[in-house]
Design a protein around this ligand. Structure first.
Ligand code: ZN
Ligand code: ZN
Length: 191
């Protein structure tokens, strides 16, 4: 059993359940950080679903692990990310929990989507108020031999497809995810 709240992985804290006996998602059981997102953050495990990757990215914002945010973004987009801005945003946000609204593991051959609410306490207007970033994130499965350890080299790995990153691509160019398809028929549908 968990000894205290701080052992619970940030991605398993559900603020809407706070009024009931447990403040964590009861349907998923109790997940400590060391059993949940920490192995992903340490690189000893990779996310086997887009939902697991989404959860681990949320937990990485809470723990202020910008390198994890960078390395789980589609490789072709990583150079456009502003690490300092990620750090500042992660540190300045009063993170309060996460709920997964909907997980579609197969939007297309290699894309998945996760609808989520990432909660934070809004400090702007005097007494803190619970607010949420309600978003749908798209993830793409990429066959990647370079970035991960050899025993997993033949697998697909999930990456976050960042819709805000500048992509100077024409719709007919080969896709940034390396699928070999035209951008507009692949990741271009989601950015
Ligand atoms: Zn977690
Ligand atoms: Zn693609």
């Amino acid at each position: 059993m968990l000894s205290n709240e701080s052992d619970i992985c940030p991605c398993r804290i559900n603020p809407n359940a706070a009024l009931s006996s447990k403040s964590i998602n009861s349907d998923k059981g109790a997940f400590s950080y060391s059993e949940c997102c920490q192995p992903l953050h340490l690189g000893s495990k990779v996310a086997d679903t887009s939902e697991a990757l989404m959860r681990s990215r949320y937990a990485a914002f809470v723990k202020v692990l910008p390198d994890y945010i960078l390395k789980t973004t589609l490789p072709a987009q990583q150079a456009y990310l502003d690490k300092q801005a990620i750090i500042e945003w992660a540190e300045q946000t009063h993170w309060s929990g996460l709920t997964i609204v909907y997980h579609n593991p197969k939007v297309s051959k290699r894309h998945a989507q996760v609808e989520f609410k990432a909660y934070y306490h809004d400090q702007q207007f005097g007494s803190p108020r619970l607010s949420a970033h309600h978003e749908v994130s798209t993830f793409v499965a990429v066959k990647d031999r370079k970035l991960w350890s050899t025993e997993q080299s033949s697998q697909h790995h999930w990456y976050f497809l960042d819709p805000t990153t500048a992509l100077n691509l024409s719709q007919k160019q080969p896709c940034i995810c390396g699928s070999g398809e035209k951008f507009k028929r692949c990741c271009g549908q989601f950015v």
